[in-house]
Ligand binder design. Structure first.
Ligand SMILES: [Zn+2]
Length: 70
């Protein structure tokens, strides 16, 4: 299940894999490798790195990470 996809307003593709783990797919911070986060806090920290790098990460993604119980 994709949480967000690449679009003009989004530079990250977040997914949840079969094990229920959050993934940053084709990560632009890591030469298009897939970053796996062990929990939501780790993914939020990772997304902050994207923002710091000037990438677009919609606010709604952070809100989803806060509010949804995956
Ligand atoms: Zn990433």
């Amino acid at each position: 299940m994709a949480i967000c996809r690449f679009s003009p307003s989004c530079d990250v593709f977040l997914d949840i894999n079969d094990e229920g783990r959050l993934e940053c797919v084709a990560c632009r911070l890591d030469d298009r490798a897939t970053f796996q986060a062990f929990d939501k806090q780790a993914m939020k920290a990772h997304l902050e790195e994207h923002v710091t790098a000037g990438h677009k990460v919609p606010d709604a993604v952070f809100e989803d990470l806060d509010q949804k119980a995956w």
